[in-house]
Design a protein around this ligand. Structure first.
Ligand SMILES: [Fe+2]
Length: 209
């Protein structure tokens, strides 16, 4: 499952277009929309997933912003000085999707909604944890511990999400982090097997039983 990141892309495109216009250059964004392969999702799935994407985006960016403000020695590029409004944009986009969900109470009120809510939380939290643990150089490079950063972001996002979703996950239980770390280990083995060209899966089986 991919996490929608439409606002991040739109913000980045705006930033690039603005920067390039200083050099009398521009991006042909129209060709991107024509070449992109689109997948249709029912709106009820987009509401939950996009709400979470916006809120977790906010917590990720604002945590980095606050960390760099407190530790300016790690500020590797001046853009970090100016991202607070961008962070708040993400927060407001999340607020918009919160309003959409509240206006459609059928997406929040029954047992099915509880299951979907927990499913989306789990998908998003596991995805960011596994992805970030594969690219720790960025986080370590700005003085953050990747796993501590992600757990902080997941806990804050989950607390925010609990205000609107009918059910969330027990992410503050140490068992949740232990299981995430176990998934990171298994994922690393899967990646190593993929890179080695082995197709038997025996190496993974030996280490995970
Ligand atoms: Fe956004």
């Amino acid at each position: 499952m991919s996490i929608p990141c439409c606002c991040n892309c739109v913000n980045l495109c705006r930033f690039l277009n603005k920067g390039l216009s200083d050099f009398n250059l521009d991006l042909d964004l129209g060709s991107l929309t024509k070449a992109w392969k689109y997948t249709f999702f029912k709106p009820k799935f987009i509401f939950h997933a996009t709400y979470l994407s916006e809120k977790i985006g906010y917590w990720r960016y604002i945590t980095i912003y606050r960390h760099l403000k407190a530790n300016p020695g790690f500020e590797v590029f001046p853009i970090f000085k100016y991202i607070e409004n961008w962070c708040q944009d993400e927060n407001r986009h999340g607020g918009f999707f919160s309003a959409l969900l509240k206006a459609q109470p059928q997406f929040l009120s029954d047992g099915k909604a509880k299951l979907w809510s927990r499913f989306f939380c789990l998908s998003v939290y596991v995805t960011i944890y596994l992805n970030d643990c594969q690219r720790t150089a960025f986080f370590e490079g700005i003085g953050l511990n990747t796993k501590e950063f992600d757990i902080h972001v997941i806990i804050e996002t989950n607390r925010t999400t609990a205000r609107i979703f009918p059910a969330v996950l027990g992410v503050e239980n140490p068992e949740f982090k232990r299981k995430l770390d176990r998934m990171v280990e298994i994922n690393q083995k899967l990646i190593a097997i993929g890179e080695s060209g082995s197709s038997s899966g025996e190496e993974l089986e030996e280490n995970t039983c």
